[in-house]
Ligand binder design. Structure first.
Ligand SMILES: Cc1cc2nc3c(=O)[nH]c(=O)nc-3n(C[C@H](O)[C@H](O)[C@H](O)COP(=O)(O)OP(=O)(O)OC[C@H]3O[C@@H](n4cnc5c(N)ncnc54)[C@H](O)[C@@H]3O)c2cc1C
Length: 398
């Protein structure tokens, strides 16, 4: 590998791996450094939206991803107690996308697919168990100081991508602000392998439930159901994540005589934050290193995938002779979409789904049912929440 020409990527989460694979397939040598000793087996993201699947067709990842996941052609918001619901049908997006459905598939599965594909390429050096301690750049290239097994190494390359998540060392090293704040509530995630689909009438593969004793989502992934919630004032996290609370929660979802087999419990803090820029000289940010949004609607990783593929093509174009000013367009495009589309759409959905008062919920339900009943509004709503509208806006940003 030509060391001087390579792109160095910090982080092999989904965004670092997409960037690695795309750059390598575009003929660019890549060195990717990941702190974890193996492919991150993260439970966080479970939803892939149509534009991500359309984009990942380019180098054949989509068919592998689709084979690993469960399609959700419809999703619903429903009232736990009355079973009243509003159903949104992504079938109305046929003709707008080659994938008119959400794909339910954990981000760890994408990671594993990408690592297997990357292993077939001879222009990638993917190193696990390697922690980046410092980064720097000058007019000729970038320098990364990394530690592996107690040994420190100084590595050089032409460009640097920080795909190193919310606490990005790349972002901090170049003094880039991360503007915004955390949301007040803690999010919880509980997973069981009980087949709710065989028991609960009317259940879809993506369901957001309003419930008097706490709203919850129920999302199908291969072989399991994930249930998300938000900690309410006065609730203690260790209580909510206890065996007894997980059992109590699922018993209200579907009462049964035997206990549930709980396969995962975790908590997360959501933020709305945006990096002041996504590019500084030869260094770039992508994914959570660049932007964070409420996970409602499942858009964070999706928008990071769009960042990574957009950036890979721009790096290719600059290496082929395009003016490096093209990199400023990366920030203009992806930062605008992150704030105006992703953060805003996620927050709108958050406000609907976290609705607590009975009367307000009823009013929301009628509003949403009116949208679903009107074909033009139904399609417009799904063009937004399925990220197609925002994705198309990118090309209109000079
Ligand atoms: C509860 C929850 C549910 C979610 N659901 C969805 C969803 O359905 N759909 C969706 O689109 N998004 C979803 N998200 C968001 C999604 O999980 C993130 O946007 C996504 O993980 C971002 O990927 P990333 O690669 O940018 O960062 P990360 O996944 O955080 O990966 C960063 C990687 O960098 C490595 N790293 C960090 N620092 C260093 C260093 N110094 N040296 C070496 N390596 C380093 C880390 O070990 C890690 O592997 C959800 C988030 C939450 C909390």
């Amino acid at each position: 590998m030509a060391v001087a020409d390579r792109v160095i990527i910090v982080g092999a989460g989904p965004i670092g791996l997409v960037a690695t694979y795309w750059l390598a397939r575009l003929g660019i040598p890549v060195l990717t450094l990941e702190r974890d000793t193996e492919t991150p087996s993260d439970m966080r993201a479970s939803t892939f939206h149509p534009p991500s699947m359309d984009l990942m067709e380019e180098f054949g990842i989509t068919p592998k991803l689709v084979a690993a996941g469960v399609p959700a052609p419809q999703w619903q918001i429903r009232v736990h107690e009355t079973k009243e619901s509003v159903i949104f049908d992504l079938g109305v997006l046929k003709g707008e996308t080659a994938h008119p459905y959400r794909l339910q598939c954990e981000q760890a599965r994408l990671n594993r697919i990408l690592v297997a594909e990357i292993a077939k390429l001879d222009n990638v050096d993917l190193r696990f168990g390697t922690e980046v301690e410092a980064v720097d750049q000058d007019e000729n290239g970038v320098t990364v100081t990394a530690t592996r097994g107690g040994e420190t190494e100084v590595l050089t390359g032409r460009y640097l991508i920080g795909a190193d998540g919310a606490r990005s060392i790349v972002r901090k090293s170049f003094g880039i602000d991360f503007i915004g704040a955390p949301y007040p509530e803690t999010l919880t995630l509980t997973v069981t392998d009980f087949p709710f689909e065989d028991h609960i009438p009317g259940l879809l593969n993506v369901n957001y439930h309003w419930r008097e004793e706490g709203n919850y989502s129920l999302m199908k992934v291969p072989g399991a159901w994930r249930s998300g919630g938000r900690l309410r004032p006065g609730q203690d996290l260790s209580d909510v994540l206890s065996d007894a609370a997980a059992e109590r929660h699922f018993q209200t979802v579907w009462p049964k005589s035997s206990p549930y087999n709980i396969i995962y419990r975790g908590s997360y803090r959501a933020h709305r934050r945006i990096a002041s820029t996504f590019n500084v000289g030869r260094a770039f940010l992508a994914g959570d290193a660049a932007h964070l949004n409420d996970p409602q609607g499942g858009m964070g990783m999706n928008s990071g995938i769009h960042d990574a593929i957009n950036l890979a093509h721009k790096i290719r174009a600059v290496l082929d002779g395009t003016d490096p000013a093209l990199f400023d367009r990366y920030t203009r495009q992806r930062r605008t979409i992150a704030t105006d589309e992703v953060q805003q759409n996620a927050e709108n959905l958050r406000n609907v789904i976290k609705e607590k008062e009975w009367d307000a919920r009823q009013a929301r339900l009628r509003q949403m049912q009116a949208i679903a009943a009107d074909p033009a509004r139904h399609k417009a709503f799904l063009m937004k929440t399925s990220m197609i509208e925002g994705f198309r806006k990118v090309e209109t940003i000079a």
